[in-house]
Ligand binder design. Structure first.
Ligand code: EPZ
Length: 417
């Protein structure tokens, strides 16, 4: 199993280029099932989660080919409607095939995703939305069976803001008969980019970037080419690396408009941010100020940056409070950061972080994707050597993070044990 061996060094400098957004590409790959023929996605990095989705689409009957930074998905011959347990259990985003398969084939059999390291993560909102559109749903032997000869437009009220349920319901509704309205829809940029793709394919979705979406069903969709948006979470992770550094770095090929609250919070911590059209230069403070934050649906502070921002606060001059309202159990990194001599206490879904002078290198274990990114950042600023094991988590969502950090001056070695 691979691990990172990290020699502490806070002296980063230079420019890092941000890759395409994993969480925007995953739903768009599934959406390609709706338009028989070959669609091409550009700005696609090499990530294990994308490989897992490609595997699932192949099982369903699609043909996937990789080009340089691109991926083509030919869904002409899609004919199988089952997403098996061994694939869904590896990646929850597999649930994204439910809406497209139901809309295209009139049925879907998708393994029920289990829990994961960041919490229980139910899919009830996905299922309620499919039912509202007229699907008959049964759950048997750990599988969701969904059937509908013809989906029919409906009003869907989401009890909670959910990225996945909004996108899944949207992918089902684009081919439904009549009009669908969605209330309390999620507004994340990844929802918007799925809307862009579907509209390009011929769908009629209005209300982008708002919580109310209106979808007028169409008879068919057509394959398209699209360039994917930059990954706001990767960009945020590197901005936090810059905040932890001793000299400025530039995060390029990003979309600053997707990073509003993080930019504010980094300024509150004492950083200077020079925001351009598609790049941000961050100058770290000499003393990091404590900052409180709460994670919320977009445009609130993203839960996917909570662990990384917590690392910054471990070195702040004072106490900060961090609350995760999206995934209340997403604090597995805390015990590991405390092994590096951070001072963090947990009370339910709120961490109290008392800043320390320095972190001290140790052996730690990654538990999920963003927690592993946090541990890499912590290892980079800790004194001495840190080893981070189970780094397969990080390869799910970061495109060679160690190469990008090493190019900025970090000292991270991938070791195969
Ligand atoms: C997406 O997950 C992302 N995954 C997650 O990123 C991200 O943390 C999350 O959105 C929140 O921003 C992908 O895009 C592939 P949700 P998703 O449905 O869609 C509850 C990463 O690290 N809920 O918006 O699964 C849920 O428990 C990953 O890249 C229900 O109760 O998240 C949570 O409290 C991890 N019932 C809240 O809604 C449901 O049916 C928001 O979750 C669905 C969700």
């Amino acid at each position: 199993m691979e691990q990172f061996v990290i020699e502490g060094n806070r002296n980063l400098s230079g420019t890092v280029n941000i890759s395409g957004a994993k969480n925007a590409i995953l739903p768009v790959m599934a959406a390609c099932l709706l338009a028989p023929g070959k669609s091409v996605l550009r700005n696609v990095p090499i990530l294990n989660d994308l490989k897992a989705m490609a595997h699932l689409l192949r099982v369903i009957g699609a043909r996937i080919d990789y080009g340089k930074g691109s991926m083509s998905i030919d869904s002409k011959d899609v004919c199988y409607s089952e997403a098996p347990y061994e694939l869904v259990s590896k990646m929850r985003a597999s649930i994204y095939v439910l809406g497209p398969l139901l809309a295209r084939l009139g049925e879907a059999r998708v393994s029920f995703p289990g829990g994961c390291a960041i919490g229980t993560r139910p899919v009830d909102l996905h299922l309620k939305a499919m039912e509202a559109l007229g699907a008959e749903i049964t759950i048997e032997h750990g599988y969701i069976n969904a059937k509908a000869k013809q989906l029919v437009g409906a009003d869907i009220y989401f009890e909670k803001s959910s990225v996945g349920a909004t996108i899944n319901a949207m992918m089902a509704a684009v081919l439904a008969k009549g009009q669908t309205r969605m209330f309390n829809a999620a507004m994340e940029p990844e929802v918007d980019s799925t809307i862009d793709l579907l509209n390009k394919m011929g769908a009629k979705i209005s209300g982008k970037a708002s919580t109310t979406l209106t979808i007028d069903g169409v008879e068919e969709l057509f394959p398209v080419e699209m360039t994917m948006i930059p990954d706001r979470i990767e960009a945020g992770t590197f901005l936090i690396a810059g905040a932890l550094s001793t000299s400025p770095i530039t995060v390029a090929n990003c979309e600053p408009g997707h990073l509003g609250l993080l930019i504010d919070k980094l300024r509150e911590a004492g950083c200077i941010l020079d925001v351009g059209e598609s790049s941000i230069t961050i100058t770290p403070p000499t003393k990091i100020k404590p900052v409180n934050l709460i994670t919320l649906p977009y445009p609130g502070f993203p839960t996917d940056l909570q662990a990384q921002f917590s690392v910054l606060m471990t070195l702040a001059e004072g106490i900060s409070y961090i609350e995760d309202t999206i995934f209340p159990d997403r604090f597995m990194h805390v015990a590991e950061l405390n092994r590096l001599q951070a001072n963090i206490r947990m009370d339910r879904n709120v961490s109290t972080i008392k800043g320390v002078e320095e972190l001290s290198g140790a052996e730690v274990m990654a538990t999920d994707l963003r927690a592993s990114a946090a541990l890499v950042l912590a290892g980079m600023v800790a004194k001495g050597t840190t080893t981070v094991s189970r780094i397969y988590h990080i390869d799910r969502g970061y495109d060679h993070i160690e190469n990008k950090l090493n190019a900025l001056g970090a000292n991270i070695t991938r070791m195969d044990l």
